[in-house]
Design a protein around this ligand. Structure first.
Ligand code: KG4
Ligand code: ZN
Length: 398
């Protein structure tokens, strides 16, 4: 089976070809992160235009790298929910068009499902399997209009990709499992009894943890995206320098907006300025060591909150065999260390394996979309109608 997978839910345009057992035949990601670093966040209209400019060359490259033509493809898969409306539209309409023109079955995949299934790609890729190009289009619309399709294709072909071999399947997550999905838009704990069965047992009541990283980075004057820049800055910081509160949210739910405000107030207090001082005036006043200490203290608290809730979730779900961490924030080293140290053996004394996606599959990519579709197909899920498939900017995993 060969699946052409497409992802464009936020600010990465990606296409991949996935074979049997989630073998990665090609994987192409064009990130817009350099464009949005200049603005301090994603501008939805700009993201949609950038997707439109590169999506066909990206798909073309994914096929070329896999040394396949459209005739070799058995299925098409695409992220249709959740995400930015304009971004989702570009990928979904492209996939619908290809499914109709090429007469292929179409699978519509939920973005969080894909993040979870990134953990089924583990140990399947060699180092050269992923091609990530940052900011291959100029941030200025005026300049970007000057890019001809051929010049974009040249940029896309800067790095070559090779197909990769399949390794053993022995080390895949076992069911039942708990998945912690931590991204820019979501923070959820999901119970999975088997493939394709999702039960949300905890969710954020306000901000997502990735969003919190991004907002705190802004307060501290660190570049977008906030997660990696906080992690880097925190290396020089003291995790115990500032005591930040843990939110009092019942059950397995999360809340991160209070933590963001707590950082804001702590920075204002540290600088001795009134609490009505706007956040954009604070970063310039912070000394490097203060910035690093805030970054370290915040990262430690955010990861501790996630680990605590996971511990509670494991206590409430005895018999869980694996713990799977997924989404952009799963790249965080402190979170990985805490999860491995604290959650490999639960308070019940039962040991379980903790899985993280390879770093290159933690963020948005299309290989994970192909992996999710692969298990949908194996589970007997019917394809969707390419003439009617719609996008949904917000929709729960089901
Ligand atoms: O999954 P993702 O790439 O896109 C969404 O589906 O939202 O997640 C992006 C989020 C951003 O908020 C980014 O700051 C965060 O993941 N992130 C991190 C790290 N790398 C990315 N957060 C903490 N530590 C990291 N190393
Ligand atoms: Zn994502």
């Amino acid at each position: 089976m060969k699946i052409l997978a497409i992802e464009s839910s936020c600010d990465e345009t990606a296409a991949a070809v996935i074979g049997d057992d989630c073998e990665i035949l090609s994987n192409v990601v064009v990130s817009q992160v350099d464009i949005f670093a200049a603005y301090g966040g994603v501008i939805p209209e700009v993201a949609a235009r950038s997707h439109l400019e590169v999506i066909l060359p990206v798909i073309h490259k994914a096929l070329k790298d896999a040394v396949l033509t459209k005739d070799d493809i058995d299925y098409i898969a695409v992220t249709h929910t959740p995400g930015l409306l304009g971004s989702l539209l570009i990928g979904t309409l492209t996939a619908r068009m290809l499914a109709i023109l090429w007469d292929k079955p179409l699978y519509a995949v939920h973005h969080l499902k894909s993040h979870i299934y990134a953990n089924w790609l583990n140990a399947r890729v060699e180092d050269n399997a992923l091609s990530v190009q940052h900011g291959c289009v100029s941030p200025h619309l005026k300049n970007r209009r000057k890019h001809s399709p051929s010049s974009q294709a040249t940029i896309l072909h800067k790095k070559s990709l090779s197909s990769v071999s399949v390794s053993s399947q022995s080390d895949l997550p076992e069911f039942p499992l708990l998945a912690l999905v931590v991204s820019g838009g979501h923070t959820q704990i999901i119970y999975m009894k088997k493939h394709n069965k999702f039960e949300i047992i905890g969710t954020t009541r306000d901000d997502a943890v990735g969003e919190c990283f991004d907002k705190v980075a802004k307060i501290l004057g660190l570049p977008y995206p906030g997660g990696p820049s906080i992690a880097e800055c925190a290396k020089a910081g003291d995790v115990n320098k500032y005591r930040l509160p843990h939110p009092k949210v019942g059950g397995l739910d999360f809340s991160f907006s209070g933590l963001k405000t707590a950082v804001l107030r702590a920075v204002q207090k540290e600088l001795g300025v009134p609490i009505n001082t706007p956040s954009y005036e604070l970063a310039g006043k912070l000394a490097e060591q203060q910035r690093a200490d805030f970054a370290a203290s915040f990262q430690e608290t955010a990861c501790e909150i996630l680990a605590e809730k996971l511990e509670m979730a494991l206590e409430a779900h005895m018999g869980v065999k694996s713990l799977v961490v997924a989404g952009g924030v799963s790249a965080n080293k402190v979170l990985r260390e805490k999860a491995l140290k604290r959650l490999s053996v639960g308070s019940d004394g039962i040991s379980r394996k903790v899985y993280f996606p390879e770093l290159k599959f933690a963020g948005d990519n299309a290989a994970m979309v192909g992996a999710a579709a692969y298990y949908e197909i194996l589970s007997g899920v019917e394809p969707t109608d390419p003439y009617v498939l719609n996008i949904a900017p917000r929709q729960e995993i089901a």
